[in-house]
Every structure is written in C-alpha cells, then in structure tokens.
Design a protein around this ligand. Sequence first.
Ligand code: 4AD
Ligand code: MG
Length: 431
Amino acid sequence: MITNIGTILHEKLDGKDIALRGWVHRHRVSGNMVFAVMRDPTGVMQITIKKDKVGEKDWKDANNAYVESSFTVTGRVKKDDRAPGGYEIEATGFTLISQGEPFPIAKDLSDEYLLDVRHLWLRSQKMNNIMKARHHIVNYLREFFEVEGFYEIAPPIITKSGCEGGSTLFEMNYFGEKAYLTQSSQMYAEVFVFSLGKVYVLAPSFRAEKSRTIRHLAEYWHLEPEMAFYDQKMNMDLQESMVKYAVGKMVSNHSELLKACGREPEDLRATIEKPFEKMDYAAAVEEVNELGGKMEFGQDFGADEEALLTKGAPAPMFVTKFPKEIKAFYMKEDPNDPEFVLNNDLLAPAGHGEIIGGSERIWHYDELVARMKEQNLKIEDYQWYVDLRRFGSVPHSGFGLGIERFVKWTLNLDHIRDAIPFPRTINRCYP
Ligand code: 4AD
Ligand code: MG
C-alpha cells in the first residue's frame, strides 16, 4: 500500500507493510546498515535498510543515495520510541527514483547563500512548516470573509496612478506609456462597494522600498476588504474579528505546526483573549517618548517607535486618528477634530509592529477634490476614482492587511522574508 508519513503517524500503522515515496533528509552508512531520515510532504520518518533484508540493487541504491535523492521504500512499520514521531520503517526494498547530485545545502550556511538557493532551501523543514502555516492562515482569512458574506474581486495589477504616494511606485513601460505596478488595490475595491457591498481583494502589492528592513518587501500579498456603509468603528471591529478568527483557528487546529515553527500556541492564544486596546495617535506619540523614544508630533511611527509601543503589549493594539498631513488623500477627516483623520493602524505585539492600515474613506466629491488639491495630486490622474463620488456615493471604509506581516507575527519570525517563498527586496529578485 502506497501511503505517506503523516498517515503512518496519524493512524499508528504499527506492524503494517507499506510503501512510501519521498526524499532523503539525512543519510548515514554504518557497516551493513543504512540509516536514513526520509521526508515527504506530510512529515519525516526514520528508515533502516539492512544489507541482508533487501536485494543487491536496492542495497546499492540505499548506499548511493544523497541528501535530497528521491526514492521509493517498501517495508514494515515498527514502533520505536527513539525515532522522531515514534515509528520507523524497516526496509524490504529501496529504489532510487533520481539519485541526483550532492545537495549544495549543508549546515551553517549564511542567510545570503540560503537566499541564493531559495528554490532548494524551500525543501527544508523550517520552510516546509512556515509555508504550510501560511497556507492555513490565508485560508482562514478567506474563510472569515466568506462567512461574513464578502465577495472576492479581481483588481488590475498594472495601474495608471498610485494609491500610497509616489516615492514607492514601481514604474513600467506600458506600450510606450508610463504605468505602475499597483501599490494597493483599495481604489479598485472601492468601485465594488457600490455594487457588491462588501468585497475583498487578495493580490500582490508592490512597493519600491529603498531600505533594507526586517518587515519590508518590494512585493507582498495584500488583503484589502472594503465595505459599504461601514464607519471607522465598524471597520476596526471587523479587523479585530478577522485577526481573532484566523489566529483562533490556527491555535485550535494547528498547534503542532505552530510549535514546529517555534511559536508557542498558548502564547498566541493569549493575544486574542481580550478586546484590543485603542490609543489615539497623540497618546501614542507621548507613550513613545515616555518609553525612551524621540518623536515629534506630526511624525509617522517608524519600526523603532512601533517596537517601543508594542514590546510590552499583551495583544495587537489600534493606533487611531493620525494627523491628516501624514496620511493618504482618501482618508476621511474627523468631523470633531478636522486636523485628524478617521483611520487606524493595527500594531502586532512583541515589537512586530504595523500589520494593518485602514480608514473611513472620503465619499463626497467636493471634499475629495479639495483634499487632493491640498496634497498636490492631479485630479486627471484619478478621474475615474473621483467619479465614483459623483454617482450615488455612500459612506464606506476598508483596510489593508499585509499577509507576510501577519504571518511574521503569528509565527513570531525574525524576518519577513521567511513569510514568503521568494522574497523581493531592494537587493534581490532572484531566484
Ligand atoms: O498602510 P498601507 O500602505 O495602506 C494601504 O495600502 C491602504 N491602501 C490599505 C487599504 O486601506 N486598503 O499598507 C497596508 C498594509 C500595512 O499595514 C502592512 O501590513 C502592509 O500593507 N505593507 C507591507 N508589507 C510588506 N512590505 C511592505 N513594503 C509593505 N508596505 C505595506
Ligand atoms: Mg500603513
């Protein structure tokens, strides 16, 4: 019976004769024995190949295997408390599918080298676990929006105008015309609140970030919901429910995987037990300065400031009501405090910092045009977006969650690059 490692472990197939297909994870020859640890997509398993238990060709194959050679093994499952997972396979047959060449990744290689061979390093247990966890996290996020009655929409990636300021736009040549890789699908999501009501986009966004940090990518996956008739309070409630839903599902259904990623599930669970704290921008600036930072009113929070704010935080926290001048043109002014906008960032604890940016949108034509003029934006570049306010406009809000930022926090990764298979940064777009 061809099975897989996960099934053997899960169904405790002690004493059963099985066949497995997989790859050599570790390999050691000792006299008349070959000890190997094999891996397949479902786990790792120890196998022993004894010279007198397999045919001559199989014995040769077992000896000639390299790390990452692919093979088929047949044998009997045996309980062995010393083996990882508690079982091992005593081989009765071992056939190389592809011996390949000696694998270029061994121990103690530099981060840069591992990024050079990313296409191979993605086979490591570390990256396997993270990629599985990412898959589940994204699925739970989608599931949340499905349950909440949202439609997923498909925005363009090539656009004519920026959404988040000119400095991080990637320019491209579009048949002789200037165009850009999208920074955010928000404006296109807004189109659909007037027809489908509650929508979301899950697509790449691009930012020509010119600095090297542990939380910036030039290409990242962006989850952007947009909701008709939502004010900023409803917007924040939705963000909180979404984060709690996805994190809660991870903790309930994937605690072993979280542990394998180095994340203690109970620590993660503790972050979603209480309502998320809310602090307005002005109070947050004061707090940063009290904690030893140096920030002036009107500055935006950088990584250092967010780290100070969230280091001791037990859970994600909202920072609300930023000064108008440092925020994007589409954010609605606070009617009670017109120097500020109805917006929020959501900062993840333990120094991870911003994972979400959101706001109520300006939905009146004149107000939007006036703000755009204040910010020296050319209305013609955004005519279609402004037009949305001319025909049956309604109040609406939305937000953007950086998937890799969210994964980085959920799994407590040191660096955002491990939250995505092929990280694009200022000095790398290979492999
Ligand atoms: O705060 P940002 O720039 O907001 C927007 O783009 C809005 N248009 C979103 C919206 O309201 N629909 O980006 C939103 C989120 C950030 O909170 C962060 O999680 C992520 O996108 N993000 C990045 N992630 C990785 N690398 C980068 N360079 C990122 N820039 C933003
Ligand atoms: Mg932001």
